[in-house]
Design a binder for this molecule. Structure first.
Ligand code: ATP
Ligand code: ZN
Length: 515
């Protein structure tokens, strides 16, 4: 334990990378510019006698096809080159089968941490719970925590063997153990739980504020978070600065003696927190969210004007040379047109989770066709983008279907079929579970539920019908009944994006207006 001697630490942080290893069309973010920035911040820290930790709040996976198609290999290897010290395991780290995450752990020269995921069978930690860092005289404990919502939103096929324990319940005993065993000078949590102002987490699982408030005062010095994908910039106590823009000053949240920080998403910013530790007291000297070639909008003479926030950061040449082949390979795979679309297919989040849309119908139709089903269903939350009129590429398809779910089908009859459809039809709007249908008509009122027709013919109570759904919903995703053990359940090896792609190859031009 250190006394009078003053020690300084700079924490650099990002979160929710979501496949964004490459810059966007406007030249914003990207790991090559981030490398230049981080190298500069490391040099500045060294000049000021600061030790440095580079941390991530998780969700490296899923978001852009160029990354998704390569299982985020450029992202994890890129993070290793950037010198990340640790990251939290996010819910999207479970979008692929578990052996992919194992591979990603092997690609990373830093630990992926989570202290609240346990094997149901053995009660053991499923992943590395914490890591102790030595920086000069400083001993720093970093623990990882993952939202318990993962159990609800990740693919149940993959995570069925895990218990996601309440973070407070998992962290408390661990922090006590670390205190006894290591007496760390600084204790940090990298989390992927979301920051909800004043702990008002709504329908989401409790996040970082709840965690800080329910641990002993100052049990954690700092939480480096993710998941809610926001810049945590406060205007006052429990009041967020909602007008924050790239380049603005940012005051992180503080709850029960714990700083809570998050750097929005995608590497748009590198968060920089400069601390001094003296007489066992950790003080925040300075905090900044440093934009990585981000544009901001200001009102100038009554007009909106876009401008770069700060100086342009040039991309690091070596990093660029490392990433470029991945970007080229990824985009070559997916940019050629595979078909034409007349009209637009509606897949925006504020539609597919609320009303039936033509893209919902098309997906369920394409999947029905692929397995010879009478009708099809899919939860609206699984549809992640719209498709615009014109040429359609595999990239467009992968943005609709990033999860690589397999097509499955089920044959049900009579009351069992009615009960299942009734359950699916009653998931409320404004939830990911809200169901999209094709090939079935029903009447659904508070008094009664009746199936009118299937595949264009009147419903026959005594007939067995085949319907298709993806492996996510079949395994209980979004709270759908788990049907995987049903004797009439069949899982195919075909992936959803392949099915939609094949539909376009076969039926182009597809007319969105007649769906
Ligand atoms: P995060 O906030 O961590 O990025 P997210 O953006 O996926 O997570 P939401 O936007 O609330 O969180 O989306 C959750 C919805 O996404 C679920 O209700 C479900 O419909 C859909 N979803 C999530 N994972 C899958 C999956 N593997 N397959 C199909 N649909 C999924
Ligand atoms: Zn997340």
């Amino acid at each position: 334990i250190l006394n009078a001697e003053e020690q300084k630490l700079t924490i650099l942080h990002t979160n929710d990378n979501h496949g964004r290893f490459w810059r966007n069309e406007d030249g914003e973010y990207g790991m090559a510019a981030r490398k230049t920035l981080i190298d500069r911040l490391r040099a500045e820290a060294k000049d000021k006698n600061h030790h440095v930790l580079l941390l991530s709040g998780g969700d490296i996976n899923t978001g852009v096809p160029e990354s998704d198609l390569q299982y985020a290999e450029p992202d994890f290897k890129g993070m290793s080159l950037l010198g990340y010290d640790a990251m939290a395991i996010g819910n999207h780290e479970f979008d692929n089968p578990l052996d992919v995450l194992d591979k990603q752990i092997a690609w990373s020269n830093f630990p992926l941490l989570s202290a609240n995921i346990f094997h149901k069978s053995t009660g053991e930690h499923a992943y590395t719970p914490y890591h102790i860092f030595k920086r000069g005289e400083l001993k720093i404990a970093v623990i990882g925590l993952t939202t318990v919502d993962t159990a609800k939103i990740a693919n149940p096929e993959y995570i069925g063997g895990f218990e996601f324990r309440e973070p407070v319940r998992a962290a408390k005993p661990l922090l006590e153990k670390l205190e006894t065993k290591y007496q760390p000078d600084i204790t940090i949590a990298v989390t992927h739980m979301g920051h909800y102002v004043d702990a008002k987490h709504g329908i989401n699982a409790p996040g970082d504020v709840t965690l800080a408030r329910n641990l002993p005062h100052n049990a954690l010095d700092v939480i480096i978070g993710g998941h809610s994908q926001e810049p945590i910039c406060m205007e006052g106590e429990n009041v967020a600065n909602i007008s924050f823009q790239p380049g603005d000053k940012c005051q992180p949240d503080q709850q029960n003696g714990t700083w809570i920080m998050q750097a929005h998403e995608w590497g748009k910013y590198v968060g920089k927190a400069e601390f001094v530790l003296k007489n066992n007291k950790l003080t925040l000297l300075d905090y900044q969210l440093i934009p990585v070639n981000m544009y901001r909008e200001d009102m100038v003479d009554g007009k909106k004007v876009k401008s770069l926030a700060g100086e342009r950061i040039v991309e690091d040449k070596q990093m660029l040379a490392f990433l470029a082949p991945y970007q080229e390979k990824g985009s070559a795979k997916i940019s050629q047109p595979i078909g034409q679309l007349i009209g637009n297919l509606e897949g925006s989040r504020d539609k597919v989770r609320f009303v039936q849309t033509n893209l919902g119908r098309l997906i369920a139709k394409a999947q029905s066709e692929s397995v010879g089903a009478d009708f099809g269903i899919i939860s609206g939350g699984g549809i992640r983008n719209s498709i615009k009129e014109g040429n359609v590429s595999y990239k467009d398809i992968l943005q609709v279907h990033p999860f690589k779910n397999r097509i499955t089908y089920l044959s049900l009859q009579g009351q069992e079929l009615i009960d299942y459809i009734k359950t699916a039809a009653n998931f409320p709007p404004d939830s990911g579970a809200y169901c999209q249908f094709y090939g079935i008509e029903f009447q659904n009122t508070s008094e009664q539920f009746t199936i009118k027709s299937i595949a264009g013919k009147p419903f026959d109570f005594n007939k067995r019908y085949r319907f298709t759904l993806n492996s996510y919903n079949a395994a209980g995703g979004d709270g759908y009944p788990n049907m995987t053990k049903h004797p009439h359940f069949v899982a195919t090896d075909t992936v959803d994006a392949e099915v939609l792609k094949n539909y376009f190859l076969k039926h182009s031009p597809v007319n969105a207006n007649t769906l």
